[in-house]
Design a protein around this ligand. Structure first.
Ligand code: AMP
Ligand code: GLY
Length: 443
C-alpha cells in the first residue's frame, strides 16, 4: 500500500501518524511546502516543494504509483489538485475543485444552502458590483448595523471581517467590501450572529456521512479570547463527543446539516464529495446556524480527533474511495482531548522566520499525549528552531476534560524558549463561561 500525502504543518503530522498506525503498514510519500520534522520522521519519502505545482505532483505520482492521495490544505484542494490526480488515475481523499467551492467561495456556500432549503444560515447578500447604497441599506435594515464582510475566495483565513472588531463603522465595512469586489469579483455581507462556535467534521463519500467528535476551537491569540484572530490557538473535545454548551438537539441538527450539504453538493455538482467536510457552526439563542464550511480537516481540530480514532484510518480512506463507509469504520474512543498550540511570542503579529531555539520535554512513548510538529525545524546540532507561525500542537488525552487539560498544560509549561500558549483552553472556567453564555442567550 502506497499513499501520497500532500500536507503541511502539525495537521499533516497528525494525518501521517494516523495513516502510519494502519494495519496496512503503508509506504508514505509525503510532499510539504517545507521540511516538516514530524512528517519526515514517519514518511518513507519526504519532499519539500511547492504544493501548488500540480504538474510536479502528477509526475511524482507517475513515478511512485500511490494507491491513493490524501490532500490536507485548502489551497491545493480549492485549486483542483484532486482533479489533476484523478485524471491520471490516483483516487483522492479530498473533493474535486467544483465540490471544494463549499469552502473556496462563500457565495457558493450560502447560495447552495438557500437553493436547497437548508435554512440555518444568517441573512446574507452577495454583491458583484460595489453598489454602496444597496450595501448600506442591507447593512442597516437587515443586519441592524451588526454585520460581517466575507472575501469570496480563499485568503489564508484572513478574508472575513466583523463589525465591532475589524471595523468601527458601516463606511469602513463597505470600503472593505469594495476592496473584496475589486480583488476577487464578489463579496458576501451577512448578519453578525451572537453565540458560541463549534466544529463538526464528517467523513463523506457521496451521500454517506459519518461524524467525528464535535470540537471547539479558540481563534483569538490571547487568554480570555482577547486579541487578534489566529489560525486557531487550541481546541478541546469531550468523552461524549458533544460539547458542554450544546443541547442534544443542537448536535443532531449539525449532523443533519452536514448530510444535507453532502446531498446538495452531489445534486449541484453531479459528482460525489469524497473527503472531509468541516461544518463551522454557531449555537445561537434559538438553535444553530452555519458560519462556514471547509473542504478539509480543521487545524487544530484534526489534532484532537485523529489520535482517538480507534478504527483503521487507511481502511476508512479506502471506504471513502469505494463509496462505502460505516460508523464502525470511524470509531472514536470515549476520551477527552485538549490541544494547545505553542507559538512564537510574536505570533500572529509577526510571521517572518523566527530562528530562536526551544527545548522540548523528553516524551518517551506516552499514550496520553502527542507533540505534533508545525512550523519548527531542527539544525545540524539537533536544536529545535522556531519558524514564524504555529510551532507545536500539544495534545493531552484523558478520561475527563480536566485530565486531558492537565496533560497538555504540563507539557506546554515544560517547553522552554521565547514561546507562548493559551493556558485557559480546555479549563473548567472557560468551558463554564460558554455554558453560562448559552444559558443566558436561551433564557
Ligand atoms: P470564516 O472564515 O467564515 O470561518 O469566518 C472566520 C470567523 O469569523 C468565524 O470563526 C467567526 O468567528 C466569524 N464569523 C464569520 N461569519 C460570522 C457571522 N455571520 N456572525 C458572526 N461571526 C462570524
Ligand atoms: N480551525 C479552523 C480551521 O481549520 O479553519
Amino acid at each position: 500500500m502506497k499513499i501520497l500525502l500532500v500536507s503541511s504543518s502539525a495537521r499533516g503530522h497528525a494525518v501521517a501518524e494516523a495513516l502510519a498506525r494502519s494495519r496496512h503498514k503503508p509506504e508514505i510519500i509525503a510532499v510539504s511546502p517545507n521540511d516538516n520534522i514530524g512528517i519526515a520522521r514517519i514518511a518513507d519519502i519526504h519532499m519539500a516543494m511547492d504544493i501548488m505545482d500540480f504538474p510536479a505532483i502528477v509526475e511524482i505520482t507517475k513515478k511512485h504509483k500511490p494507491d491513493f492521495a490524501f490532500i490536507g490544505p485548502d489551497d491545493p484542494i480549492g485549486g483542483g489538485l484532486a482533479d489533476a490526480l484523478e485524471a491520471v488515475g490516483v483516487p483522492c481523499i479530498a473533493p474535486k475543485k467544483s465540490l471544494a467551492r463549499i469552502e473556496s467561495s462563500k457565495a457558493f456556500g450560502r447560495q447552495l444552502m438557500q437553493k436547497n432549503a437548508i435554512n440555518e444560515f444568517p441573512r446574507f447578500m452577495a454583491f458583484h458590483k460595489a453598489d454602496r447604497k444597496l450595501m448600506n441599506t442591507f447593512i442597516t435594515q437587515e443586519c441592524h448595523d451588526q454585520f460581517v464582510v466575507k472575501y469570496d475566495a480563499l485568503k489564508g483565513g484572513k478574508g472575513v471581517k466583523v463589525s465591532g472588531e475589524h471595523f468601527k463603522s458601516t463606511t469602513e465595512g463597505i470600503a472593505y467590501a469594495e476592496e473584496c469586489i475589486q480583488e476577487c469579483g464578489t463579496v458576501v455581507i451577512e448578519e453578525k450572529l451572537i453565540g458560541v462556535e463549534f466544529s463538526l467534521m464528517s467523513f463523506v463519500t457521496g451521500t454517506s456521512v459519518v461524524d467525528m467528535p464535535a470540537v471547539q476551537d479558540h481563534k483569538r491569540a490571547y487568554e480570555g479570547d482577547k486579541g487578534p484572530n489566529t489560525g486557531g490557538m487550541g481546541t478541546y473535545s469531550c468523552p461524549d463527543h458533544s460539547l458542554p454548551f450544546l443541547e442534544k438537539s443542537d448536535l443532531e441538527q449539525a449532523k443533519k446539516i452536514n448530510r444535507q450539504i453532502a446531498e446538495a453538493l452531489l445534486k449541484e455538482c453531479g459528482e460525489p464529495y469524497q473527503g472531509i467536510l468541516y461544518g463551522g457552526f454557531i449555537a445561537v439563542k434559538d438553535g444553530i446556524r452555519v458560519i462556514e464550511y471547509n473542504a478539509r480537516f480543521g487545524d487544530p481540530e484534526a489534532l484532537n480527533v485523529l489520535p482517538i480514532l480507534e478504527s483503521d484510518f487507511v481502511d476508512l480512506c479506502l471506504g471513502i474511495i469505494e463509496g462505502n463507509i460505516t460508523e464502525e469504520m470511524a470509531r472514536f474512543s470515549p476520551k477527552a482531548t485538549v490541544c494547545k498550540y505553542i507559538t512564537p511570542k510574536s505570533y500572529p503579529e509577526a510571521k517572518e522566520e523566527n530562528g530562536e531555539s526551544v527545548t522540548l520535554p523528553i516524551q518517551g512513548g506516552r499514550k496520553d499525549s502527542h507533540i505534533y510538529m508545525g512550523d519548527i525545524s531542527r539544525n545540524a546540532r539537533g536544536d529545535f528552531l522556531l519558524g514564524g507561525s504555529r510551532s507545536l500542537g500539544i495534545v493531552g488525552i484523558g478520561s475527563t476534560l480536566e485530565e486531558a487539560e492537565n496533560v497538555a498544560q504540563k507539557i506546554c509549561s515544560e517547553i522552554q524558549g521565547p514561546v507562548r500558549f493559551r493556558s485557559d483552553i480546555g479549563t473548567e472556567a472557560l468551558v463554564l463561561e460558554r455554558v453560562e453564555m448559552m444559558k443566558k442567550l436561551r433564557s
